[in-house]
Write a protein of this length. Structure first.
Length: 478
């Protein structure tokens, strides 16, 4: 079972032990100085001891611009800290670890932001050289490869964007012009680290903004990246400045608008809303003879779904950022046939809100005030229900109000399961308390609910009693 998830994959000669990836996700655990610290090391060792195949370390700056608590690899003085991180990960498991290298433009609290058409030729030359030097430092620090951040609102992505306003060699009016900056960066990086060092890329398959590029362009962008020698392609969508919501006194944050919502789709979006992008791009590059891994992301947390995507050839690897933040032991639990112990992300996006406010990124599902995910203890006893029927439900004014009696044990939270009209059962929410109001129900349909309490390690209780509600259809008067 799950043979495709646990089938190793090679990235430019580097053996990745399984197909699960934690994409770069800002932690805000570093200080303003940008150094690796023990909290950073602890966060990534959690993924390694959880046996995640490929760990992409959060975006780290290749230049000196201020941007709050953000890792840096912009000078040799940062190498020792990164070496400690890679050593700790490699000592913990067979997981492989690569940093995401980022260059970003300046932004101000007034709302002003620097754009790529403001860059001089010398500015561009400096950026290209900074990528090359950062790649050298990453190799020296013991990383297994690097990832070039060409996604979202940042510099390389802005050159790729259909809204690129340059009118020189990097002319935004042509696809070739938009691709030249990435090509220049790739050429310099390869010249610095050689052909035997994995170089991956993350870019957006759809900008999700007015007049931005879509899959029609991203298929071709991916093909050119493969032609240039990238060793894997990791996909995202959106996350742009163009539709960011302006807040007085704060610099613009590129994940506040619609494109940002699509980048990190919340609970109101269906599961796996972006899988068609990876499938189409993989089909495109494979048809042209390029057999490099394509990573699919976006609300994929069920091992059955992950296995299906791999089995059907719609992806080569599966990225899970928020899910692996919630439970870095996902891989270990699936391998041990303990998938019921998985703590499922409910996509509440508390982590995103913390990042937006430059606060340390944690998960709502962890025990309170904990900076890291709890350790996994398979021997931990699951909770038990004190009563035969702990769950009750009432339909009131268009909502279903659930209440339940606390289970017995070391409880971290409760998963709420719901089925609509006899359809698929899904976790719709996780709560720490004893009540929840479901506001997304429709009169005339039948709903079933039940709960499972879980410990901080994820061991779940038996299901509670099932509550069935046949909701009345609202009567309208002419």
């Amino acid at each position: 079972m799950y043979q495709h998830i646990f089938k190793p994959v090679y990235i430019n000669g580097i053996k990745i032990p399984n197909r699960i990836v934690v994409p770069a996700m800002v932690t805000r655990l570093s200080g303003e100085d940008g150094y690796v610290n023990q909290d950073i090391i602890n966060r990534y060792v959690k993924y390694a001891t959880g046996n995640v195949g490929l760990i992409i370390v959060e975006a780290m700056a290749i230049h000196q611009s201020k941007s709050g608590p953000l890792l840096r690899i912009s000078a040799d003085k940062f190498i020792d800290g990164h070496r400690e991180l890679t050593r700790a990960v490699h000592d913990s498991s067979d997981s492989k670890i690569m940093p995401q290298l980022i260059h970003f433009m300046k932004v101000a609290r007034s709302g002003w932001r620097q754009t790529i058409d403001m860059l001089s030729e010398q500015d561009i030359r400096t950026i290209i050289d900074d990528f090359g030097q950062a790649a050298v430092r990453a190799r020296e620090a013991g990383y297994d490869g690097i990832e070039l951040h060409s996604a979202h609102a940042y510099t390389l992505s802005s050159f790729l964007s259909a809204l690129n306003k340059r009118r020189d060699r990097y002319d935004g009016r042509t696809l070739e012009g938009r691709l030249r900056m990435f090509g220049d960066v790739m050429a310099v990086v390869r010249s610095k680290v050689g052909d035997d060092f994995p170089v991956g890329v993350r870019f957006v398959a759809d900008e999700m903004i007015k007049d931005g590029y879509t899959l029609a362009d991203s298929r071709l962008i991916a093909l050119r990246m493969a032609q240039l020698g990238v060793d894997y392609i990791s996909l995202s969508v959106g996350g742009k400045f163009e539709d960011a919501i302006k807040q007085d006194g704060l610099p613009p944050y590129p994940y506040t608008g619609y494109s940002g919502e699509r980048c990190m789709p919340g609970a109101n979006y269906p599961m796996m809303p972006h899988i068609h992008y990876a499938a189409a791009i993989k089909d495109m590059i494979n048809s042209k003879g390029y057999d490099i891994p394509v990573i699919s992301v976006g609300k994929i947390n069920n091992p059955d779904d992950a296995e299906q995507l791999l089995t059907t050839g719609k992806a080569d690897m599966i990225g899970m950022a928020r899910q692996l933040l919630a439970d870095p032991n996902w891989v270990k639990k699936v391998a041990a046939k303990r998938k019921d112990d998985i703590i499922h992300c409910v996509y509440c996006n508390v982590c995103k809100q913390l990042d937006e406010n430059f606060k340390k990124v944690t998960c709502f599902l962890w025990p309170r005030n904990q900076l890291q995910a709890p350790d996994y203890n398979p021997a931990e006893r699951p909770p038990v229900w004190d009563r035969d029927r702990p769950l009750t439900a009432r339909y009131i004014d268009g909502t279903v109000k659930l209440e339940w009696q606390k289970a017995r044990g070391d409880i971290s939270g409760y998963d709420i399961y719901r089925a609509e009209d006899g359809g698929e059962i899904n976790i719709i929410q996780a709560k720490k308390g004893g009540k929840y109001t479901d506001r997304s129900v429709l009169g005339g349909l039948k709903y079933h609910y039940y709960l499972r309490a879980y410990t901080k390690s994820g061991q779940a209780s038996a299901p509670s009693n099932v509550v069935e509600l046949d909701l009345p259809m609202e009567i309208f008067n002419a």
